[in-house]
Write a protein that binds this ligand. Structure first.
Ligand code: C5P
Length: 224
């Protein structure tokens, strides 16, 4: 075990259930949680609110490096505050996810968010959810998980999640968006979405949330 607090990284494509699984594992262990996607989403939202041109790399990077964001742990969900305003719902829209995946292709933006992400690694431990947690942000993590599921299954899960929140969406359109966003995340030059060499792959297509949580917990018990 390293001298710093232990980290479990949970990476994988959109809609695979990383957020839910990470939250449950963090809760079970009593650890901190990093939702790195939220940082990219907040960057995109802040840039939008400031009227920044998304093709202006320097301007978007400036937004990322001066981001006034606070994660406030609540009873069941973490509240995301941007410049004192609760943007938790606003950052979850598909449009914001789409813009987040565009700003996430900018190397300087990723660099600007790096220290902020690493600062989450405090005792007793951290569960880090994202795309490059195991490959770039925490390459020395004690346990690296890479979750997968078919695109159809992920679209169905995202659909249910949005419907439960009262957002009406078209399943076919959602599937197209997911495939397009995966493609962008996997083919970008910086920190592309891919499993770390030492990651454990868990295909969740036919697994329930509980089954995935149990598998990850068992894996952690083996390495800890
Ligand atoms: O996970 P979530 O859907 O909230 O992430 C939104 C977008 O942020 C992703 O599509 C991806 O492009 C980007 N992202 C990233 N690296 C991370 C987390 C998210 O590039 N560690």
């Amino acid at each position: 075990m390293s001298e710093t607090a232990p980290v479990i990284t949970i990476d994988g494509p959109g809609g695979v259930g990383k957020g839910t699984i990470s939250r449950l594992i963090a809760c079970r262990l009593g650890w901190h949680l990093l939702d790195s996607g939220a940082l990219y989403r907040v960057t995109a939202l802040a840039a939008l609110k400031q009227g920044v041109d998304f093709s202006d790399i320097a301007a978007v990077t400036q937004v990322a490096s001066t981001l006034d964001v606070v994660f406030e742990p609540g009873n069941s969900e973490v509240r995301v505050m941007l410049a004192g305003a609760d943007v938790s719902a606003e950052i979850r829209t598909e449009a914001c996810g789409e813009l987040a995946s565009r700003v996430a292709t900018i190397s300087a933006v990723r660099q600007a968010l790096l220290a902020r992400q690493r600062a989450f690694r405090v005792a007793p431990g951290l569960v880090a959810d994202g795309r490059d947690m195991g490959t770039v942000v925490f390459p020395d993590a004690e346990l690296k998980i890479y979750l997968t599921a078919s695109a159809e299954e992920r679209a169905k899960r995202r659909h249910k999640q949005l419907i439960d929140k009262g957002v009406s969406v078209n399943l076919t359109r959602l599937l197209e968006d997911i495939v397009e966003r995966d493609e962008r995340d996997m083919s970008r030059e910086v920190a592309p979405l891919k499993p770390a060499e030492d990651a454990v792959l868990v295909d969740t297509t036919t697994l329930s949330i509980d089954e995935v949580v149990t598998q990850v917990s068992d894996l952690w018990n083996k390495v800890s």
